[in-house]
Design a protein. Structure first.
Length: 169
């Protein structure tokens, strides 16, 4: 029975977690390791609106450690998620660039919750055009479909695409 090693990383508001899993092609999943590191990214984001340099450095060190653990287990595949503490920080892009440089870990940012908050407070008469809600609904629908497609691709694998020049004359 063929087994793949997979890592799941959660960049949370108050801790970083990583689980290492054995995944059999028959659908069986077994957790072989679970690592947690307490880090108060949320405290910085919710108190100051930014993640401090010190927290960014700690985040870098922990993710570097997680990367080493992934290599030890032979986990070539992973999925990383970032929650609101990173998503809502004013300097989130700087933190992501600094943190992920050289780590090869890229947590996707879920834009739907952020768009939802912006929509709640930012549309209506005097703020936006009349068709704003209809356009926003279409945008939400598209983002949701992309999210579903990504989730499906992570389970069944991505369909290879041909790139580059054709090998036929």
């Amino acid at each position: 029975m063929a087994i793949r090693m997979f890592a799941a990383i959660d960049v949370g508001s108050f801790e970083l977690e990583m689980g290492i899993y054995e995944m059999a092609y028959k659908g069986e999943i077994r957790c072989v390791d679970h690592i947690r590191h307490v880090i108060a990214l949320g405290r910085d984001t919710y108190n100051t609106g930014k993640i401090s340099y010190e927290m960014t450095e700690e985040l870098c060190q922990v993710l570097e450690h997680f990367t080493g653990i992934m290599k030890t287990y032979g986990a070539a595949e992973y999925r990383a998620y970032a929650t609101s503490a990173l998503r809502e920080a004013k300097n989130s892009q700087i933190v992501l660039d600094r943190t992920l440089q050289g780590q090869s870990i890229y947590p996707p940012i879920n834009v739907l919750p952020s768009l939802s908050r912006l929509m709640k407070d930012g549309i209506g008469e005097g703020f936006t055009r009349k068709d704003h809600q209809d356009v926003a609904n279409q945008l939400f629908s598209c983002y949701a479909k992309v999210g579903d497609a990504r989730a499906l691709a992570s389970v069944i694998g991505e369909i290879p695409t041909k790139t580059g020049p054709s090998s036929t004359p």
